[in-house]
Design a protein around this ligand. Structure first.
Ligand code: NAI
Length: 463
């Protein structure tokens, strides 16, 4: 029996060719294979992975297995799978459950599938956005009697999640609790998932240690920023083919993703405006040369609107109703609730093509909505390029090794990798792009209070 659910196994050869190319752009992951391939530090680890099933993720998966792990995988978004990458992974014998355009019901059943190892419970989670962690922890609480937690769903997502929890509870009483207790640790990829982990820990609801991969400098200051700088405009172009130069684009949020997104649009020739709630980020945006406005100021005049906040209800119905005819609206933050898509459900929708919809407002004006408000760089394009994902995923693998081999030394809580490892990740990416480092002399190192080998900065340095 095949232990995978994918679009088409015939796509495996194409996927494999793209994986081969990606490997040449992912020096960090390849270096970890060379360094740890023989020792197999992940032997015995059964990793339940929930992260966009792309070509780059396939290289991550094959690095984890090269280091000895058993892996089962699903995507963390219904639109982000690259079907040929999933096919290549399935063909290699790794169970994968991911189809671009899967339904929400399928999404949660695939999340359930990543925990169903034949030879025991999953003992590690590799998460992006926190859904795999949420599934297990919420299920275990319901199992412990907190049934009201899944009584009243407030969104389609929750409805599908709650239905899947009920299904598993009925099929395997006690499973969630046993599965939760088997987890040694979780490594979390993104800002939104990290927010969820800190929140769980504050409430005393995080039963195992977690490594916050996002806040490695070599993750958030690279993937979130330089990754979005390349993939945001890529997504808008593939979706719409619209002329970007000269258009007025609004970027909501000027954190790491916002900085990359604003730079992406500016690089394409758009005139970019920014909205922010944080005075520090607003000042940064202004001093980077962007006009800082409120959405109310520009809703009726801008051409392109992009949310990057990780917050909810940022672009609301009243904003969309004020927009010009054919304004483009999209989100690059983790969840779709940044845009009030649910409030558009009773409007007239015309599907243009996969992940592109035209929605008519009461005024007669239409908006173009990308990926139904889900992260458009992965829904409408192929996400970030391999090189920057190599830095992110090298942190992921180091986090998995740390938690698997030394998890017992950690109390439940949220940790970040030590700076020496962060610097190591960066170092592994220098040769590929011909970067030559200057060597500190002992005297110079003493003078600035570091060692010649690093770490070169204190923990509070902000880059
Ligand atoms: P961040 O915390 O650095 O930036 C978010 C910014 O939005 C903050 O500066 C905050 O002040 C601002 N903000 C919050 N509410 C706002 C509002 N109502 N109006 C305007 N600004 C507001 O977070 P980061 O790392 O930039 O991540 C943002 C989101 O993007 C998260 O959901 C994260 O998970 C996701 N992400 C997506 C990626 C992708 O490839 N699509 C890659 C990396 C992260």
């Amino acid at each position: 029996m095949t232990d995978y659910i994918i679009r088409d196994i015939e796509l495996a050869q194409y996927g494999r060719k793209e994986l081969d190319i990606a490997e040449t752009e992912m020096p960090g992951l390849m270096a970890l294979r060379a360094e740890y391939g023989a020792a197999k530090p992940l032997a015995g680890a059964r990793i339940a992975g929930s992260l966009h099933m792309t070509v780059q993720t396939a290289v991550l998966i094959e690095t984890l297995t090269a280091l000895g792990a058993e892996v089962r995988w699903a995507s963390c978004n219904i639109y982000s799978t690259q079907d040929h990458a999933a096919a290549a992974i399935a063909a290699s014998g790794v169970p994968v459950f991911a189809i671009k355009g899967e339904t929400l019901e399928e999404y949660w059943s695939y999340t359930d599938q990543i925990f169903q190892f034949a030879d025991g419970d999953a003992n590690m989670i590799l998460d992006d956005g926190g859904d795999a962690t949420l599934y297990i922890l919420l299920g275990a609480r319901v199992e412990a009697g907190e049934t009201d937690l899944i009584a009243t769903p407030i969104s389609e997502e929750e409805e599908a999640l709650f239905a899947q929890i009920r299904k598993r509870l009925a099929a395997s009483p006690g499973w969630f609790t046993a599965q939760r207790d088997a987890i040694k640790g979780v490594s979390e990829e993104t800002t939104t998932g990290v927010h969820r982990l800190y929140d769980l820990h504050r409430k005393g609801l995080l039963p195992f240690p977690a490594i916050n991969v996002n806040d490695s400098v070599t993750k958030s200051k690279f993937d979130n920023k330089y990754g979005c700088k390349e993939s945001l405009v890529d997504g808008i172009r593939r979706a719409t083919d619209v002329m970007m130069a000269g258009k007025v684009a609004v970027v909501c949020g000027y954190g790491d993703v916002g900085k990359g997104s604003a730079a992406s649009l500016r690089g394409a020739g758009a005139r970019v405006k920014v909205t922010e709630v944080d005075p520090i980020c607003a000042l940064q945006a202004a001093m980077d040369g962007f006009e800082v406005v409120t959405l109310e100021d520009v809703a009726d005049s801008a051409d392109i609107f992009i949310t990057t906040t990780g917050n909810k209800d940022v672009i609301r119905l009243e904003h969309m109703r004020a927009m010009k005819d054919m304004a483009i609206v999209g989100n690059i933050g983790h969840f779709d609730n940044e845009i009030q898509v649910a409030a558009l459900k009773n409007h007239k929708w015309t599907n243009v093509k996969d992940q592109v919809d035209m929605i008519q407002m009461p005024s007669g004006n239409r908006i173009i909505l990308l990926s139904q408000g889900r992260l458009l760089n992965l829904g409408n394009a192929t996400g970030h390029p391999s090189f920057v994902m190599s830095a992110s995923f090298t942190n992921q693998v180091l986090a998995q090794i740390e938690l698997w081999t030394k998890g017992d030394e950690y109390q439940p809580g949220v940790y970040i990798l030590p700076k020496a490892l962060d610097e190591k990740v960066a170092r592994l990416h220098l040769d590929k792009i011909g970067v030559r480092l200057t060597q500190l002399s002992r005297e110079q190192a003493d003078y600035i209070g570091v060692t010649p080998e690093g770490p070169f900065k204190s923990d509070h340095y902000r880059y």
